[in-house]
Design a protein around this ligand. Structure first.
Ligand SMILES: [Zn+2]
Length: 370
């Protein structure tokens, strides 16, 4: 239960499997952006599979599933439309500015690190859990963040399940987890696996993955593994909600958990990967230069070359046909990964993502959308 709301205290539903403290531990949640509901249906199906596995005594380690991670956002219905990407009280994007667990971490573990990597993992996990235990939430949003972070902080695997606007399935990772997470990428059928050391937004997944790599850099002579594989999965587009996608997606997650030793049983041979990993700073995020209606010229999944007109922005009020349409071109070649569902756009709105292979000069610093 989250405090700070007088009218309707909100609750988080948490499904727990296996023995608390057992290893490996996996934490999965859905729809931190509350308007990205395909992920909720995926975890709904995963919970059924895990319930069955538990009855059969097949759970090893510990698994935590939160199928609705953002009850604050779920309550946001505006003009009869579910929103929930930003906190209305002024807290901003729900998947930005998560607590920095690296802050002060080096000082807290300095005297306790050894030459034993397993021992170091235990020391660092305990220090991060102590950090979160000592924090106090000063708002409803902060209490939600703390509740989720405390569930995830000591996990070996953290999967933050979202979706894009109109999109193919894709995955975000840090470089330390490639190619070790190539099994995840292949199993979920990722069409683009986008790698960055620091996306610049303090997103949920990086909260748990990057303290390890930053700590390893701070202590180059101590063995500190990248002990939390944290990733963001984008389950296609907002309208792609259906059992025909979600049920196979849940089976894929279940097989991944089996491959990683959290569930017993044979997951079968690994599927063929559908992409190579590419750098996030090579993924072009194309933005609208003018306001208008977007008319796409290329479908999702198209392979485009640099300079391709993927869309035109139409000004329906313009008299002169020469100025009524503004062509939108790609600056890199590659896979057209995502498009925008809302077709009335303003300057600065993101219109598409194209997965290139060469870092782009305009993609530095903050690499996320908004
Ligand atoms: Zn999202």
């Amino acid at each position: 239960m989250l405090p700070y709301s007088l009218d309707a205290p909100r609750r988080l539903v948490v499904h727990r499997y296996g023995v608390r403290g057992a290893r490996p531990k996996a934490y999965l949640h859905a729809s931190l952006h509350a308007d990205e509901v395909p992920a909720m249906l995926v975890l709904h199906h995963l919970v059924r599979l895990l319930d069955e596995a538990e009855r059969a005594g097949r759970i090893k380690g510990e698994i935590i599933v939160v199928p609705v991670a953002n009850p604050i956002g779920v309550a946001q219905v505006i003009n009869a439309r579910q929103v929930g990407r930003y906190e209305l009280a002024g807290g901003g994007n729900f998947n930005r500015n998560w607590p920095d667990l690296f802050m002060g971490l080096a000082d807290r573990v300095n005297d306790r690190l050894t030459d034993d990597p397993a021992r170091n993992v235990a020391v660092v996990r305990a220090a991060m859990a102590e950090d979160l235990a000592a924090r106090e939430a000063g708002s409803e949003l902060a209490s939600l963040r703390l509740a989720l972070a405390r569930l995830a902080v000591d996990a070996d695997i953290v999967l933050d399940c979202h979706c894009d606007s109109e999109s193919l399935l894709h995955l975000f990772l840090i470089p330390a987890h490639w190619p070790v997470a190539s099994d995840l990428s292949a199993e979920i059928g990722s069409r683009a696996t986008l790698i960055s050391e620091d996306s610049g937004g303090q997103a949920f997944d990086e909260t748990f993955s990057t303290p390890w790599t930053r700590l390893a850099r701070a202590f180059p002579h101590k063995p500190i593994p990248a002990a939390c594989l944290a990733a963001t999965i984008e389950y296609r587009g907002q309208a792609d909600v259906g059992d025909e996608w979600a049920e196979p997606d849940a089976h894929a997650l279940f097989r991944f958990l089996a491959r990683r030793g959290l569930v017993t049983g044979d997951p079968g041979p690994p599927p063929q990967p559908q992409c190579e990993a590419t750098r996030l700073d090579a993924c072009d995020v194309i933005r609208a230069p003018v306001a208008g209606l977007i008319a796409y010229k290329e479908p999702l999944g198209a392979t485009v070359t640099a300079g391709t007109v993927i869309a035109e922005i139409v000004d329906p009020t313009a008299d002169d046909p020469r100025v009524a349409r503004t062509p939108i071109r790609t600056s890199t070649g590659g896979l057209l990964l995502s498009r925008r569902a809302d077709k009335l756009v303003r300057p600065g709105d993101s219109l598409a993502k194209v997965v290139g292979t060469k870092p782009l000069p305009n993609r530095q610093g903050y690499l996320l959308e908004d």
